[in-house]
Design a protein around this ligand. Structure first.
Ligand SMILES: O=P(O)(O)OC[C@H]1O[C@H](OP(=O)(O)OP(=O)(O)O)[C@H](O)[C@@H]1O
Ligand SMILES: NC(=O)CC[C@H](N)C(=O)O
Ligand code: SF4
Ligand SMILES: [Mg+2]
Length: 476
């Protein structure tokens, strides 16, 4: 087992970027690169960019963006339009052949796709496509999506009609950018599970998973892509269509984007992620008033605004007791439990002078497997903290995600195996409190009917695999 700090093993969720420019001399690849840089927190396993200038240009590599493109001259990816991807694997292992964007050729040129999400019925579709003679070079659901779109596009010669047709077949989540030769398309699935937004700068449009990708290049945010919407360009004019299935599908934005995934400086579906996390902290105080404590502290990074929100609402001073090594990424979705446990210790170090003899409220945004909390509390106990009252800024994660978040199998979820009181004892804290679903929804400020809370209440917005054992499901 290897842990490469600041190099290439850490995993999170996928980030996508697409650019369309009317200026033939524009180098889309460099803006895509910077956009992906801002989205690095969404995927740390591999990265790739595809552009088209009459010929297709592509580069893929493993690891963080800078590792994947180390020594590579980005200006050789010429073309005024292109797409890019940073990957966190949910279906198919973390290896180069599974890196995105996927590219396939067909009689009219090249089709390329970058996907955030997960296709629940990809195995069935893969088998049908193989029977029809399609070849697969990877083990991901995203290549299945790519080949399915190619098959329909060969028939319809029209991407909007193609998406209309494939949307009837696809189950799961698919926020995608597609490049057909130099034509850019962007699609958000009918439930709008994963985020996607549009911005403009000078003579180019940029489409990306989160608004932070626009800030880095100075593009002006226009709006979110709506659930079921297809964005395309005609004579360099931006155009929009809706899949008809979106008329009968309820919106279902992923709440975990607000809790943990998204960067705090992003605005997603009209909600400022930082303010949402402050609200979570405020609502946490309404539900868990811990008396007679010295300080409220976050488990860095994502729970920092939650702890600030709790501090502002309660009057308990905010403080730092755990310092994060800035060269280590997110630990939650590292490939193995052994790596995750080691990474937790590498990740933070205590400031003993701030901790010794203190009664603290320790705030984290979520407990999934319990690896982080167990590690943090051991570190705090060794630093002679007097009392630890742990507050979690989300409801218990009771069930896996089928839409692009590797939450492991149900048996790995700590709440599926222990009661809250047993977890409190196991991780050795004086108090353990979770946020309620109602308070989380209130903090986000989007009506509950428009949110996905599947991993917290087992009410999923789509059919889920019949065999709910996700480990079996994701194997080929
Ligand atoms: O219970 P677990 O399975 O350990 O997962 C939950 C933890 O993982 C995430 O942190 P992560 O280190 O991935 O990222 P962060 O630095 O953005 O908080 C999350 O913020 C929790 O701290
Ligand atoms: N996290 C994601 O969105 C993953 C995309 C895709 N399912 C893959 O595994 O590559
Ligand atoms: S199941 Fe959970 S993580 Fe997955 S999309 Fe729904 S809210 Fe997000
Ligand atoms: Mg964390």
């Amino acid at each position: 087992m290897t842990i490469l700090i600041g190099e290439n093993i850490l995993k999170d969720k996928c980030g996508i970027v697409g650019i369309h420019s009317k200026n033939k001399d524009f180098n889309a690849a460099s803006s895509i690169y910077y956009g992906l840089y801002a989205l690095q927190h969404r995927g740390q396993e591999s990265a790739g960019i595809v552009t088209f200038d009459g010929d297709l240009h592509q580069h893929h590599g493993m690891g963080l963006l800078t590792d994947a493109f180390k020594g590579f001259d980005i200006s050789t990816l010429s073309g005024e339009s292109g797409i890019g991807h940073v990957r966190y694997s949910t279906t198919g292992d973390s290896e180069l052949k599974n890196s995105q964007p996927f590219v396939t050729d067909f009689d009219q040129g090249f089709l390329s796709i970058a996907h955030n999400g997960d296709i629940i019925n990809s195995n069935e579709i893969r088998h049908d496509l193989i029977r029809e003679g399609f070849k697969f070079y990877s083990t991901t659901d995203s290549e299945v999506l790519c080949n399915l779109i190619k098959k329909e596009y060969n028939k319809t010669k029209n991407l909007i009609q193609t998406i209309e047709n494939v949307s009837d077949v696809l189950r799961g989540s698919y926020t995608i950018v597609i490049l057909i030769n130099n034509e850019l398309f962007a699609i958000r699935d009918p439930a709008g599970l994963k985020p996607l937004a549009i911005a403009k700068k000078d003579d180019y449009y940029m489409i990306a998973s989160e608004s932070v990708a626009f800030d880095v290049v100075g593009a002006k945010f226009i709006r979110d892509v709506l659930p079921g919407e297809i964005v395309y360009f005609e004579n360099h004019e931006i155009k929009f269509e809706f899949m008809s299935i979106s008329k009968t599908t309820s919106k279902s934005h992923c709440v975990f984007e607000y809790v943990y995934f998204a960067r705090p400086d992003s605005v997603i579906d009209g909600r400022d992620v930082y303010q949402t996390r402050l609200n979570i902290g405020k609502n946490m105080f309404k539900e868990h008033k811990i008396a007679d404590v010295d300080v409220v502290m976050p488990v860095p990074d994502s729970s920092i605004p939650v702890a600030i929100g709790y501090s502002r609402a309660s009057g308990v001073p905010y403080g730092e007791g755990l310092i994060k090594n800035r060269y280590i990424g997110r630990t939650f979705i590292m490939p193995t439990q052994e790596e995750r446990e080691l990474a937790v210790k590498l990740k933070v170090n205590p400031i003993k002078s701030e901790l010794e003899g203190k009664k603290i409220v320790l705030v984290d945004d979520s407990i999934v497997r319990g690896t982080t909390s167990a590690g943090m509390i051991q570190i705090l106990r060794e630093a002679n903290v007097k009392e630890i009252h742990m507050l979690i800024g989300s409801p218990p994660i009771i069930s896996p995600c089928y839409y692009g978040v590797s939450m492991a199998s149900k048996k790995e979820l700590i709440v599926a195996n222990y009661t809250i009181e047993e977890i409190r004892e196991k991780i050795d804290v004086d108090y353990l409190g979770y946020l309620s679903i109602e308070s989380l929804v209130d903090a986000i400020g989007i009506p509950k009917k428009d949110l996905c809370l599947g991993c917290m209440n087992e009410e999923y917005p789509t059919d889920v695999p019949k065999n709910r054992n996700i480990e079996t499901y994701y194997k080929f």
